[in-house]
Design a binder for this molecule. Sequence first.
Ligand SMILES: Nc1ncnc2c1ncn2[C@@H]1O[C@H](COP(=O)(O)OP(=O)(O)O)[C@@H](O)[C@H]1O
Ligand SMILES: [Mg+2]
Length: 288
Amino acid sequence: MSVVASMMRSLKDYDFKILTTMERLHLRYEYIPVEVLARQLRKSIEDLMESLDKLHKLGLVSRWKQEYLGYALRQYGRDALALKYFVDHGVLDAVGIRLGVGKEADIYDGLSPSGLRVAVKFHRVGRSSFKQTKRLRSYGEASSWYRQSCIAARREFEALEALYPLGVKVPKPIAHNRHVVIMGVIIGDPLYVVTDLPDPSLTLREILENVKKAYREASIVHADLSEFNVVVTQDFDVLIIDWPQWVSARHPRSLEYLKRDLANIARFFNRRFGLTVDLEEELKNIRG
Ligand SMILES: Nc1ncnc2c1ncn2[C@@H]1O[C@H](COP(=O)(O)OP(=O)(O)O)[C@@H](O)[C@H]1O
Ligand SMILES: [Mg+2]
């Protein structure tokens, strides 16, 4: 059982009430004074401290003892709030093992109430940047990168919602809340570990066709396309994942991003399978 799953189990409604109230109070405080929290919850400080101790032990909140005693939500606290939202809205029943750790996200295996497997993607913007690591300890509203993670989740969900119905090969969008996206799970290997393909030029063509469809029919450029964001299934189908940084075709730099996406894919297929792509030709083909 994962950290997330065991954490969810030990939380009661009152714990969630504390976490939700903290989330709201974070609009005003980086660390929320215990007195303020107790007043909001209409609880005695002693009662509240008992619960806060538990939340602290679980790693959901951090404690600050200086001019006053205060608490802040940590990453897991925010994860718990998003998971609670999904459970309450009937889209999630359980969270299992970790499926993947990306540059800026953790992906867990999940189960919907109807028994469907889903992928739960927790956005962690800024994690890959070394300068930010110290700030990761606190996940307060004040930290702009939590807000960025929420934006990333919303944008990724938007892209999936636009692309999936068109038949572009992307995971199925299911729900999103705060910094978390729930999508269809895909079983396969990221392209960068794939050394054997029955027909590499066909796989390459399929990726390019998906790029074209996204561009032509949804005006969407991935903008971080590479062998790390393409998954190859057992049947050698391709799926393009990881969309938070997409840009509209009308974005002033969309052409630059599109060229870079194509160049990344071309470089990979050249290095690994000896294929050559005429980038200018391909660009024309996509833009029409
Ligand atoms: N829908 C999914 N189903 C199964 N595994 C996934 C799914 N989405 C992502 N993963 C796994 O998580 C890894 C990181 O996901 P990705 O969306 O690329 O996030 P990051 O921004 O961290 O790179 C992927 O390489 C893959 O192994
Ligand atoms: Mg990725």
